[in-house]
Design a protein around this ligand. Structure first.
Ligand SMILES: NC(=O)c1ccc[n+]([C@@H]2O[C@H](COP(=O)([O-])OP(=O)(O)OC[C@H]3O[C@@H](n4cnc5c(N)ncnc54)[C@H](OP(=O)(O)O)[C@@H]3O)[C@@H](O)[C@H]2O)c1
Length: 293
């Protein structure tokens, strides 16, 4: 039995994610107190050994470490209001998603009332919680993270402290979500295109997976180097080449009756940079097109 088993933990919020977090602690043998607005969501956890607290104050009082995971920061702020006495001196690890500014305001308020606060962003689905490769970003006190790293790794083997700015976990979270939405939107657009030409999603998808693995993913480290160096000279493909290629996609979308908005937005970025005289640059230079003055 490791020392992490000895740390009693409270989990506030037993939605899909909160229940998975609580379950990881229960499975490890930690004394786990849980609270949720809809109490029936605690039933399965109580059967596994968790203790259901009658209210938020009792839940907080039960453990030195409180992990919170509800739908929004506003909900959590509301839940914790009036529980300042119980919270004072506790460690609060907030795995609720929001904006960087919400995280910073929450951290400032936590400091005012004497809470030791870590903000976190779960980059995993509930089914991955507890696994080695599950990723959670943390922001806040480096010392506090180090003190509880072993406990937090029960939730995700890949638990990473990013910095002391309380907003940084949410920034990385939103960055990865931007990548997720644009990649999956690109995939669904691609499927709509091939379907319009009579192919099935299943026939196309193995090529999409290979393309992501062998072409797109390996291009990212090189793009990062170019962006950080501000040097977009390329021997791969210029924006001029991409401008010509995306015009083929726009024409084919129209011909096959496929929605063009998604492609048109990317085309506009490429054309803006080419129009500004950067046609010889690599596609990584589109980072400049996203910067507002
Ligand atoms: N699910 C995922 O894959 C995933 C991945 C990464 C991050 N997250 C983040 O984790 C957080 C929770 O997500 P989830 O998937 O667990 O959502 P969920 O299943 O919808 O659960 C939402 C939780 O918030 C509680 N809640 C909502 N409004 C409330 C209120 N007014 N008062 C008290 N409690 C309230 C719910 O209580 P009731 O049960 O009583 O409604 C429930 O515990 C979100 O910020 C989400 O972005 C989720």
């Amino acid at each position: 039995m490791s020392d992490t088993n000895q740390v009693p933990v409270t989990v506030l919020g037993l939605g899909m994610m909160g229940a998975a977090l609580a379950s990881a602690f229960v499975k490890n043998g930690n004394r786990t107190t849980v609270w949720n607005r809809s109490t029936e969501k605690a039933d399965a956890l109580v059967q596994q050994g968790a203790v259901l607290a009658p209210d938020v104050k009792d839940a907080i009082a039960a453990s030195p470490v409180v992990v919170a995971c509800v739908s929004t920061y506003d909900v959590l702020t509301e839940l914790l209001s009036g529980a300042e006495d119980e919270l004072r001196g506790k460690v609060v690890v907030n795995l609720t998603s929001g904006t960087p500014d919400e995280a910073r305001s929450f951290a400032a308020r936590a400091e005012e009332i004497g809470v030791r606060y870590l903000d976190g962003a779960v980059m995993a689905v509930p089914q991955l919680i507890g696994l080695e490769h599950a990723l959670v970003f943390y922001a806040g006190s480096r010392e506090l993270f180090a003190e509880h790293e072993e406990l937090l790794k029960l939730l995700a083997g890949n638990s990473v402290h990013l910095g002391t700015d309380a907003g940084v976990a949410m920034i990385y979270d939103l960055g990865l979500l931007s990548l997720l939405w644009s990649t999956l939107a690109g995939y669904t657009h691609a499927v709509a295109l091939v379907q319009a030409a009579g192919a099935s999603a299943e026939a196309f998808t193995p090529f999409a997976s290979t393309w992501l693995e062998h072409v797109i993913s390996p291009a990212l480290p090189q793009s990062a180097k170019e962006i950080d160096a501000g040097d977009f000279a390329t021997e791969v493909a210029s924006l001029d080449t991409n401008k010509a290629a995306i015009a083929h996609l726009v024409a084919t979308n129209r011909q096959l009756g496929v929605e063009n908005d998604f492609t048109a937005a990317i085309q506009a970025l490429i054309e803006r940079r080419v129009g500004q005289g950067f046609g010889a640059h690599s596609i990584a230079s589109l980072v400049e097109a996203f910067k507002k003055s």
